[in-house]
Design a protein around this ligand. Structure first.
Ligand code: ATR
Length: 279
């Protein structure tokens, strides 16, 4: 790599100052001895079109997108890949050599990669998965599980219509069930994932009986503030393996670096410890 290259990327969000992404990407810039910067970009919704178009003239390789831009940005970039189109949201924009903008969604990669690294013996075809919640996070995860080959994804959401709509859109293996049936839905499941905001700091905890969940099942929460949610601590207390939400954030950044900078990064225990200490 030429020594005069200055790597530029950032995360567009509103609000954005709570984002851990600058810390994560800043770690890799230091770790690999690179000149560059990864910036929090506080972009209001009405400013998103101009902000995206300014990436190229400012010399950015691309950016990540966070709340509330993931859906709107889809209609503003020049091309959205298959994964982004299916999920209906993009988390990453790449400025191509001709200046055009390519959108993709790395959340589903982050989710499944963290699962595979945390539980190398996990097999998609081992049994049903239960997904709680039907918002943006859930869409990426349901897509990831369907792609991985999970035979049945039981989707439960407080608002049943939202789960039904997603199940209809994605088709098999998704199956929408009423929120009231969540305790029964644990029967025979090999994986249960919380994608709702329940359990997050300042929110009520997820009210879920795990009595019928097999002990071999993995409990996965995409919430990472706090790292140990009430759902995960209940699952751990009864002997289930647990996976927290921080790794999903870390792993989704790997394909972003590959696309922006052509650099293969690694999620190391040191990187994780740095972010953990900030939570
Ligand atoms: P994200 O894009 O981060 O997934 P979202 O689209 O706002 O966020 O979705 C939040 C999810 O948490 C939804 O599934 C929501 O359920 P509804 O579709 O019924 O709104 C769920 N959620 C939020 N608060 C909840 C609560 N008190 N009880 C049950 N589910 C809740």
């Amino acid at each position: 790599m030429s020594s005069d290259r200055f790597l530029l990327a950032g995360v567009m969000g509103w609000p954005v100052m709570h984002s851990r992404s600058p810390m994560l990407h800043g770690y890799w810039l230091r770790e690999y001895g690179l000149k560059g910067a990864y910036l929090p970009l506080a972009v209001q919704p009405e400013g998103l079109p101009a902000a995206l178009r300014s990436l190229k003239p400012l010399g950015f390789a691309g950016c990540n997108l966070t709340i509330p831009h993931k859906q709107h940005a889809m209609s503003l970039v020049d091309e959205v890949d298959e994964v982004g189109r299916r999920i209906g949201a993009i988390s990453c924009v790449v400025v191509r050599p001709d200046g055009s903008l390519a959108g993709s969604n790395n959340d589903c990669y982050g989710f499944i990669e963290h699962l595979r690294q945390s539980a190398p013996d996990w097999r998609a075809d081992a049994g049903p998965a239960v997904v709680l919640g039907a918002g943006g996070g859930s869409r990426a995860i349901c897509y990831a599980l369907a792609q991985a080959g999970v035979p049945e994804v039981r989707l439960l959401n407080r608002t049943l219509e939202r789960a039904s709509a997603l199940a209809t859109e994605f088709g098999s293996p998704l199956r929408a069930l009423p929120w009231e049936q969540r305790a029964d839905a644990m029967e025979g499941a090999m994986l249960v994932v919380n994608t709702t905001s329940l359990g997050m700091v300042g929110q009520a905890s997820l009210d879920l009986s795990l009595e019928r969940l097999p002990l071999q099942a993995i409990a996965y929460d995409i919430v990472y503030t706090p790292l140990m949610t009430p759902f995960l601590s209940a699952a751990r207390a009864r002997g289930n393996r647990i996976i927290d939400g921080l790794g999903m954030l870390l792993h989704q950044a790997v394909p972003a670096w590959r696309a922006w900078f052509g650099i293969e990064t690694r999620v190391t225990p040191q990187l994780r410890a740095l972010l953990e200490a900030s939570l």
